[in-house]
Design a protein. Structure first.
Length: 191
């Protein structure tokens, strides 16, 4: 697996779904450890990924195992971005569990290695996850982001997500407080 050529002619990441990822024994064996490295490094640097301290390798492996099981049950989508067989980003959505909310899903994680920021990895992952959700019959895809995560919020808006709510000063990181911003993409109306 090498990098792929983007429509502009630049080299970009190869985006794999869960089936492709788990069908390559080498990638599958390294996936949890590589994901842990990305997540722990980002959290250590202050990224808004739901942890205040870097997660443990076991915590990440358990989380990814749960997501892969949900993918197999048709209740989630998982994408991984690789450049020259090196994981540079990952993201996933999961269907809401309540029977009345099953046509809806939450984009729960999107993480891109700091060295790959600004190279279209987040956009490629999010676009693939949106298409996976659409194919799975998801009607509304939601997410939340920390209010100071301007680049992520800009990305989501550029892909058609709109803000539907905000909890002021809801996220506590030490003495600092940040808004929690809720966004949604209505796939019933989106092209």
């Amino acid at each position: 697996m090498n990098t792929a050529m983007t429509s502009s002619g630049a080299l970009g990441p190869v985006i794999l779904d869960a089936t492709e990822l788990t069908s390559d024994p080498d990638l599958e064996a390294r996936f949890a450890a590589s994901a842990h490295r990305i997540l722990a490094d980002l959290v250590r640097a202050g990224a808004a990924l739901g942890w205040t301290e870097p997660p443990s390798p076991d915590e990440v492996a358990e989380l990814l195992g749960h997501v892969v099981s949900a993918v197999r049950a048709g209740d989630a989508g998982l994408r991984a971005a690789y450049v020259d067989r090196r994981l540079v980003g990952l993201g996933y959505w999961q269907r809401y569990a309540r029977p009345t909310h099953r046509p809806h899903a939450d984009l729960e994680k999107l993480a891109v290695d700091a060295a790959a920021h600004g190279h279209g990895v987040g956009r490629a992952l999010t676009t693939a996850l949106i298409e996976d959700a659409r194919r799975a019959g998801i009607e509304v895809l939601t997410l939340d982001a920390r209010g100071d995560n301007d680049s992520a919020l800009h990305l989501y808006r550029s892909l058609g997500f709109s803000e539907y709510g905000r909890l002021p000063d809801f996220v506590a990181v030490g003495a600092r407080r940040y808004d929690k911003v809720f966004c949604m993409l209505d796939l019933r109306r989106a092209g």
